[in-house]
Design a protein around this ligand. Structure first.
Ligand code: FES
Length: 106
């Protein structure tokens, strides 16, 4: 199973978990107990509570957000060029080793 590493907003907590393929990064975060990736809308791309930063080394592999995702993220005060919504990204074997950072709370 691919390993995913979540880093808290303050950088103090680093948690590496194994995730099954085929679920989203939002589901993987929730399964891992990453409370700050709430996923309130259940993956419908309307709440923005699964906002996450993709480590720059992984950006090319994960890819750019689609238009509706970008529009949802615009409501965040903490959007960056490496922002994505975790519910829009499927865990695949290619993402083994992926590093994600949790944004500060809005
Ligand atoms: Fe709501 Fe991702 S879970 S936008």
């Amino acid at each position: 199973m691919p390993k995913l590493t979540f880093i808290s907003a303050d950088g103090e907590t680093v948690k590496t978990v194994e995730s099954p393929v085929g679920i989203t990064l939002m589901e993987a975060a929730r399964n891992a107990g990453i409370d700050s990736v709430a996923g309130d809308c259940g993956g419908a791309c309307i709440c923005g509570t699964c906002h996450i930063y993709i480590d720059s080394a992984w950006w090319a592999k994960v890819g750019e957000p689609i238009d509706i995702e970008q529009a949802t993220m615009e409501f965040s005060e903490h959007i960056t060029p490496h922002s994505r919504l975790a519910c829009r990204i499927e865990v695949t074997g290619d993402l083994d080793g992926l590093v994600l950072r949790v944004p500060p709370e809005d």
